[in-house]
Design a protein around this ligand. Structure first.
Ligand code: HEC
Ligand code: HEC
Length: 150
């Protein structure tokens, strides 16, 4: 990787991230896996893949994994005013909707205090929980589910 130009680093700090610098770097070098395998950029274009059909919960690969979202979430609003996920996953709603209730851990604030509703640090669900598409893995890998979960 080339040394980033100084103004780029400043822009990076200012913009708190990738936005300012990465696209040009990525365009110049093409999309690559961490180990350097070539990946065709057209293969990873969003919109090329269909969301998986709604299904039962997907087995986890390690104990602290945020479970994958086993259903479509297109159009589900998560904003300052409304959290569509909690419409089904809240403790006050899950029995009616058949959804898994949010984890007990999601009520803790950052100091470990227990809240009676979802903690602000867990509010934006898709920071950690991700929906799935029919996209094949970009590169093959030998990842194995944690022993205790096999
Ligand atoms: C209309 C109701 C509804 C909404 C809205 C909804 N879900 Fe779900 N969700 C479900 C149901 C029902 C299941 C369980 C499916 C099953 O058990 O077969 C589920 C399962 C899940 C699971 C898997 C839990 C596990 O133990 O593996 C996750 C994670 C999840 N949803 C996250 C989300 C997120 C994040 C959002 C918002 C973007 C959301 N859901 C919005 C109904 C909903
Ligand atoms: C900071 C990351 C993070 C955020 C944000 C987050 N979760 Fe989770 N979630 C996790 C992790 C990690 C687990 C598994 C370990 C645990 O239970 O804490 C989990 C577990 C769950 C489970 C499974 C509970 C069970 O009993 O098996 C559900 C359902 C869920 N989350 C829904 C949500 C919803 C809905 C939101 C948004 C309101 C959300 N999560 C926000 C990380 C997160």
């Amino acid at each position: 990787m080339k040394k980033p130009a100084r103004q780029c680093v400043i822009a990076l700090i200012a913009a708190l991230g990738i936005g300012a610098c990465l696209p040009s770097a990525v365009l110049a070098e093409g999309v690559r896996s961490i180990r350097g395998n070539e990946v065709s950029a057209t293969e990873v274009a969003p919109g090329n893949f269909k969301p998986i059909p709604d299904r039962a919960p997907i087995p986890r690969d390690y104990v602290q994994q945020p479970p994958l979202i086993p259903h479509k979430i297109e159009g589900y609003e998560i904003s300052k005013n409304f959290n569509r996920c909690m419409d089904c996953h809240a403790w006050s709603r899950y029995q009616e909707t058949g959804a898994t209730k949010v984890s007990l851990t999601h009520f803790k604030d950052r100091d470990g205090g227990e809240l009676s509703n979802i903690s602000p640090r867990r509010y934006f669900c898709v920071q950690c929980h991700v929906p799935q598409t029919d996209a094949p893995p970009l590169v093959s890998n030998g990842f194995q589910r944690a022993d205790g979960l096999r």
